[in-house]
Design a protein around this ligand. Structure first.
Ligand code: BGC
Length: 401
């Protein structure tokens, strides 16, 4: 059976500024890498200089959209100070996308913050929200007639979990109480930012949302009197749906943006469980050890019907060793999207993470998610074979399921 996607369906790939641009030395991640002696992002993909080449590559792959992010620390290198040449750089970036027929989806925050913002207490200090809102207003005013789709935060719960609960990302905090305060502040920043963008855009159309990371949580299959399933249920409640429900109740999502990668097995250990220590599950694991579970994307998309809003898959992708595994991952997940579409979910776009290999946070450069491979010695990009299959689907706007 062949499924045809809607006429204006967005076929894209995603990137984030810190992971791709290079030279983002005023961001908190740069200080963290130094402090923890991690592999540094450094020049990353040198996308800051090579963005035109990268966008042409996206075009060659028949994409009609690209998800990028702006680096707050570049635009505001100090509190209250706009770096106009950086703002102009992003204007050139957006103009280039438009000239190539690539519709931009822009994230305003993708895990990184200006170092000065963190030194003032970061997201833990409620009054700091104003700094973020100042940046949002500057951007919304500058791009009012150029960008229609905005993502205010990429995966805030992933940021909070890694930065404030596990502490393996900056600022390296381990405290549920702090994490809860940060979540409250980021939620209120989101709501006000949403209202401000709408106010500034006035009659100009704009679609504003979040990129919410969703996982399928399943009880670890070893015997536990059902307690592992309870832990998985609690995780799903806390991690997957709660924030989306809150934002929906506040009427501040124009579409639901979701990032989906894998299934996670959960073992009971009190409250919300922890990742299952047993590794004898049915699914294949990708290069980074994630359980590949395309059916999970279908199931989650179906659950989003209740919001009665358009849905965009703002990230989905994998890091693999073999082209056949990339291909299988991409095909089965695009087919999952097609099935959900057929079953009544109003899906408007799909973005592969990522356009090219890039800096994978604490894991450095060894994980490769790109439609294009990067030779980090020469910065040469070369399209992976599976990307050509993705390009075919985008060109024909249909897939066989
Ligand atoms: C994040 C990206 C990251 C990707 C792969 C997503 O959760 O938004 O920044 O590179 O996952 O780990």
């Amino acid at each position: 059976m062949v499924i045809h996607f809607p006429q204006l369906f967005l076929w894209g790939a995603a990137l984030s500024s810190y992971q791709a641009e290079g030279g983002n030395f005023d961001s908190d991640w740069a200080a963290w890498e130094k402090e923890k002696k991690l592999q540094t992002a450094g020049k990353a993909c040198d996308h800051y200089s090579l963005f035109k080449e990268d966008f042409r590559l996206a075009r060659q792959l028949n994409l009609n959209s690209l998800r990028i992010s702006f680096e707050w620390a570049r635009i505001y290198p100090a509190p209250g100070t706009i770096a106009h040449h950086e703002l102009n750089h992003y204007i050139e970036v957006i103009n280039t996308l438009a000239a190539l027929g690539l519709k931009p989806l822009v994230s305003l925050h993708h895990f990184t913050n200006p170092l000065w913002f963190i030194q003032k207490g970061g997201w833990l200090t409620a009054s700091n929200i104003d700094f973020f809102l100042e940046y949002v207003r500057t951007i919304a005013s500058a791009f009012k007639n150029k960008v229609e789709y905005w993502i205010i935060f990429n995966e805030p719960l992933v940021y909070i979990y890694n930065g404030f609960v596990r502490g393996n990302w900056p600022p390296g905090t381990h405290s549920l109480t702090v994490a809860q305060k940060v979540l409250a502040n980021m939620t209120s920043a989101y709501i006000t930012a949403y209202q401000e963008i709408k106010r500034i855009y006035a009659q100009t159309p704009c679609q504003v949302s979040i990129s919410k990371h969703l996982r399928v949580f399943s009880g670890c299959p070893h015997f536990s009197f059902g307690l592992n399933d309870v832990a998985a249920f609690v995780r799903d409640k806390l991690f997957n749906m709660q924030l989306l429900e809150r934002l929906h109740n506040k009427h501040c999502m124009d579409f639901v943006g979701i990032n989906y990668y894998c299934r996670e097995y959960v073992q009971f250990d009190g409250f919300a469980g922890r990742e299952c220590a047993h590794t004898d599950h049915r699914e294949r694991r990708n290069h980074v050890g994630w359980y590949v579970y395309p059916q999970g994307l279908y199931e989650l998309l179906m659950r989003l019907k209740k919001f009665n809003l358009p849905v965009i898959v703002t990230e989905n992708g994998s890091t693999e060793e073999k082209n056949t595994d990339y291909r299988e991952y991409m095909m089965t997940h695009v087919q999952a999207v097609a099935r959900a579409l057929k079953d009544g979910v109003d899906i408007r776009g799909y973005f592969w993470w990522a356009l090219m290999d890039n800096f994978e946070w604490d894991k450095g450069f060894k994980e490769r998610f790109g439609l294009a491979n990067i030779d980090y010695g020469t910065f040469e990009r070369s399209v992976r074979p599976f990307a050509l299959e993705y390009a075919k689907i985008a060109a024909h706007n249909k897939v066989e399921i």
